[in-house]
Design a protein around this ligand. Sequence first.
Ligand code: MEV
Length: 418
Amino acid sequence: MSEKKSSQISGFYKLSIEERLEKLKDFAGLNEQEIAVLKKESSLELKSADKMIENVIGTMPVPLGIATNFLINGENYLIPMATEEPSVIAAASNAARIARLKGGFTAGSDESIMIGQIQVTDLKNPDDAKNAVIANKQKILALANEQDPVLNKFGGGAKDIEVRILDKFIVVHLLVDCRDAMGANAVNTMAEAAAPLIEEITGGEVILKIISNLAVKRLARSSAVFDKEALGGEEVVDRIILAYKFAAKDPYRCATNNKGIMNGISSVVLATGNDTRAIEAGAHGYAALNGYSPLAKYRKNSDGDLVGEIELPMAVGLIGGATAVHPTAKINVKILGVKTARELEEVIASVGLAQNLAALRALSAEGIQRGHMKLHAKNIAKMAGADDRILDKVVEIMVRERKVRLDRAREIVEELKK
Ligand code: MEV
């Protein structure tokens, strides 16, 4: 009987990348070629990756593309998007082209206020504890602000406190203006530092002290008018509104609707080295606040054009985290040309709206498979040996016949080469 392999490897983190790969090779039966793929340097060098996370064995590139046509608050933007999914970037660019006809996107954002939560338990009387925290607000804020003089220097820092009573415990919300940072580090440090003082004030015991990703005080919003003729006529406008209403009435549809919005949003968040999971948690949390709802809404204006609006939490930063160290993220921020986190938030919200509009338009008309099919056909045609001279023709024939298959591609390539 073969010996069972154990995943318990003590000190894996202390090994060099080379040594980790050796272990992995044995464990997973990887061959030399596979090891070479993992070792291949990308724009994020292995030694840099090794400083970003633990137990590094390689990097995992995803395609990076540019969405065109975006006009937001009168400014032109080319938008870097990192995604493995075909059609996302083409769809966003297409929606942005239509939005442009009526002046592009109008976007705005709140101050960069994040919430740090401090859970206080073991209280004799939650109301008394709440009042005591409010009475000592200035003292708590001062202690929190001692933790981050740099943030204070730039006009940020802990600004206010809220207290909520939940069951038998209270939750203190520390409201921190994070300026151009996403803010998780600053907020968590402040919440942890304030905990002993809050215990002293309330006589209770603090359990959790952590940022909330439901950043309701850091919302970004964007709206646009989509010309009815460019969309394909007033009937298309009506069908898009019906598609929106479907999502508004049905959580099964709404989850997919919001997933489509996040196709755009997460791609820009990833491309700029920001935390995709934080943004996704915030988006779905916000969508669920009053019963799970679509993040973007639609109506028809008096000209019969379609008006779309989106609003969601958008805690992204330009300083700190991977944004500051990942070489590609730094270049992507430069391509965007954004000068503040809030400008980036407004851009990302606009991409989310564009992505949703494009999906609803495609779904309420021809469905999305035709768009997908072309790209898929291109890959199949290349696999079948189509060179640049015949590639487009092979794709055209397969799409027309609705037979995007390797065997058919081979036949067509052979015929065309004759
Ligand atoms: C696919 O990644 C996204 C869509 O399903 C979004 C939607 O259904 O609205 C097309």
